[in-house]
Design a binder for this molecule. Structure first.
Ligand SMILES: [Zn+2]
Length: 489
């Protein structure tokens, strides 16, 4: 049994001004093929897929040259037509040259936004299908922030989507994809799928599955899977910061040759989500940054530390709103991680920056209006480190504060990631990070933080919870709860 393995994944914030380019996908290690592709991410989808596929005798995995995640992470906008066509063209060519294949694994995300391509994941599946033919089985793995409609499963046979946010089960979904692909090729599983769009659009910061009702939504899917052998239920929460036609919540159900069962499960999940739509929108308090920073100061004074200030809305990494308030409200012992500023990093690198250097520069801001104005920081370089080939510089300023400057947006998930030259996360009373929900893994579920404050700028910039402040062109918000008078089903 020959299985082709491909990856093309991005979570595109289409409102960002910087396109995701060919260069962003091209760096040491990317694109990857063969064993390098198969082993590049052992703890995630790919690792799970490869682990289980290789438990079967007679299964050959062929890693087709694919781009890994762009260097910009989630901090870049529309993928250029050039980048998309170049890589997909090479992937299709690789399939053609190295075929024939009985099955194909697509490691996807689901919220890819490509200039001129309305539904990229479905388009990838369609182009792969053209090469491998109708007899081969195609399975994809997805992030719950994917924006998908029925088109993907019209082209591919199966999909497995991570259930939790933070995304704890990506390895598990990769394992399932492998097992079901092998079974389908052997004729032991005949996928019958149903896709239902639910007209609910939610900002990602509200979608934490550590609390109800999002926790209950996941639980309902798990109960369906427990009750019915060979039934799988996917819930896409959706990614509202991609201005694409298939935005919003999506349910997929898949059964073994039983379309009635798949329909029943999908309709039940969709109806449940719709019944709980009000509660799904009321899961988190988000403070304007000046108030959030004031509340952080009060929590520090009461000793309820460490405090986490999570700016969920910064999509470029350059936003300086919290840094500005920390300085204006004269807080002490705060770690701000990070402020992205490629120009400053390049200049510091050229100057041979080292610990102990005096520092006096304006940093961050200006990437777009949501990033705010640059902020002048006067202090001392506390440490310099290199992460994935890019410099990070920690600057000590004020009364025991440190700001970490990075080349790209850094979504900090665990306090341990911040440890490095000049930075000991344990020494701070407050840590300001850029993250929506993923930080809960290392800051909340772990018991680390005593106070957690979700914040965003006063104005509804591109990462806001106030989605009606965003300049959508391909989405009519009136067709979604809570922005329109919508009937469902
Ligand atoms: Zn996600």
């Amino acid at each position: 049994m020959r299985i082709a393995v491909l990856q093309f994944a991005h979570e595109t914030v289409t409102f960002l001004p910087n396109d995701t380019t060919l260069e962003d996908f091209t760096y040491p290690g990317s694109p990857a093929s063969g064993e390098a592709l198969l082993t590049h991410d052992p703890k995630s989808y790919m690792g799970g897929f490869v682990k289980v596929a290789r438990e079967y005798d007679g299964v050959e995995l062929v890693g087709i040259e694919s781009p890994l995640w762009p260097r910009t992470g989630t901090g870049s906008g529309w993928i250029t037509a050039d980048a998309y066509e170049t890589f997909l063209g090479r992937m299709v060519e690789g399939l053609r040259k190295q075929g024939p294949f009985d099955g194909v694994y697509l490691s996807l995300h689901g919220a890819m936004g490509v200039r001129g391509v309305a539904r990229p994941e479905a388009d990838i599946a369609r182009r792969v299908r053209e090469v491998v033919g109708r007899k081969a089985f195609i399975v994809g793995t997805f992030d719950p922030h994917g924006n998908e409609d029925a088109e993907f499963l019209a082209q591919a046979d199966m999909a497995f989507t991570v259930k939790y946010f933070p995304h704890y089960d990506s390895h598990l979904q990769g394992e399932r994809a492998a097992r079901m692909l092998v079974r389908a090729v052997r004729g032991d599983y005949r996928p019958e799928t149903v896709t239902v769009k639910v007209p609910i659009i939610t900002p990602t910061v509200l979608q934490w599955t550590g609390a109800s009702p999002w926790m209950d939504l996941v639980q309902r899917a798990l109960v369906w899977e427990a009750r019915e052998p060979d039934l799988y239920v996917n819930v896409f929460f959706g990614f509202p910061f991609a201005d694409v036609p298939d935005v919003g919540m999506t349910i997929q159900a898949m059964s073994n040759g039983d379309p009635v069962l798949a329909r029943r499960a999908a309709d039940d999940m969709a109806a449940w989500a719709w019944r709980r739509r009000e509660a799904l929108l009321k899961t988190a308090q988000v403070y304007p940054i000046p108030e959030g920073v004031r509340l952080a100061g009060e929590a520090m004074a009461r000793g309820e530390t460490p405090v986490v200030l999570a700016d969920h809305s910064d999509r470029s990494g350059y936003a300086t709103w919290i840094l500005r308030e920390v300085i204006e409200q004269d807080l002490s012992d705060v770690l701000v991680a990070t402020i992205a500023d490629a120009g400053t990093i390049d200049a510091l690198q050229a100057a041979g920056v080292k610990a102990g250097d005096a520092f006096d520069r304006e940093i961050g801001g200006l990437a777009d209006e949501s990033a705010g104005q640059p902020v002048r920081v006067r202090g001392t370089v506390a440490g310099v480190s290199e992460v994935q080939g890019a410099l990070r510089v920690a600057v000590r300023f004020g009364r025991g504060n440190v700001v970490v400057i990075s080349r790209f947006l850094v979504q900090v998930i665990d306090p341990a990631e911040l440890a490095g030259p000049g930075v000991d996360p344990a020494q701070f009373k407050a840590i300001a990070i850029k993250s929506r929900v993923h930080f809960r893994r290392g800051f909340d579920d772990s018991g680390f933080a005593r106070t957690i404050l979700l914040v965003e700028p006063v104005e509804p910039f591109l990462g806001t919870v106030r989605l009606d402040g965003l300049p959508y062109r391909h989405v009519d918000l009136k067709k979604f709860y809570p922005y329109g008078d919508v009937a469902f089903p």
